[in-house]
Design a protein around this ligand. Sequence first.
Ligand SMILES: Nc1ncnc2c1ncn2[C@@H]1O[C@H](COP(=O)(O)OP(=O)(O)OP(=O)(O)O)[C@@H](O)[C@H]1O
Ligand SMILES: [Mg+2]
Length: 309
Amino acid sequence: MILTFTPNPCVDKTVFIDCLTPGEKIRGTRCTCIPGGKGNNVARAVKRMGRRTVAVVMVGGHPGAHVVDMIREQDSVDVVPIWVKGRTRTITTVLEESIHRQTPLFEPGSEVTGDDYEATVRVFRGHAHLAKVIALSGTVSDRSAEKLYSDIIPIAHEQGVKTILDAHGPEFVQGLEQQPYMVKPNAEEAAAVVGYALDSDEARSRAAAWFHDKGIRIVVFSLGPEGAYVSGEGAHFYVRPPRIEEVNPVGSGDAMVGGFAIGLMEEMPLEETARLGCAMGAANAMSWDIGHFTREQVEQLQERVTIET
Ligand SMILES: Nc1ncnc2c1ncn2[C@@H]1O[C@H](COP(=O)(O)OP(=O)(O)OP(=O)(O)O)[C@@H](O)[C@H]1O
Ligand SMILES: [Mg+2]
């Protein structure tokens, strides 16, 4: 089973409109609402591929209960809620269909109290051993919780569970110190950590070595439509998606993490794992809705993914 952990989920609403005119009353033509947060996107992607997944989420208030209901009912994913004091945020994205532009509006994140933090570590400890792979995704909502990933990664490792850390900022940097099994920053996120742009083969290889030196076994730099640079098990290569019509790439990194989680769980060879992750990322980018692809679609794309050494 693949467990996903989302410390900062949200009610993720998208209102489709023709064109945004500030100051005017604007009526939507369509509205979608999904359980947001990067780990929840990973869980949805894994579930779409027919694998078992459990979503662990820190949630609070009515929006938190809504997130839990949506994970269960819309995504058909098992969920373990960790109830916290603060209210789960809602992110509303205004999507202008006429010009293909999205404007997300973020509510501020809520405080994580000492009790919330302790409960989170406790619940994580109680569930980690059930998984073969755990994906830890996204930011934390409160700077006081920056140590969260570095506190819970060792709990997973003690129980022999592989971890994938996909975050940015101080929580990512601190989490790296506990040697997650795999990381998948995009080029920008990786550059922020190593301190230089990943704009050449040489820079990517140097950056991968930097992460490996920390004890991280599999390093993946995702490069949007260009695919990803993959380094691990003594090999490094690019995995390239076929050309697709991109509609919305938001969440493609999460879908890719889902593919790698499946590969690690099923002990697939690294190239095959990368092909699956790449195809899932591409499939996600082909529609507006995050993670709403089919297994057949991914399998077709997978045949057209290439490996470049
Ligand atoms: N337009 C595209 N065409 C084909 N494949 C794509 C496209 N965009 C993304 N992908 C696939 O998805 C993977 C992850 O995408 P990307 O690098 O954009 O992740 P990300 O920035 O972490 O995204 P997010 O954090 O929003 O999930 C890429 O490595 C690639 O394989
Ligand atoms: Mg990402």
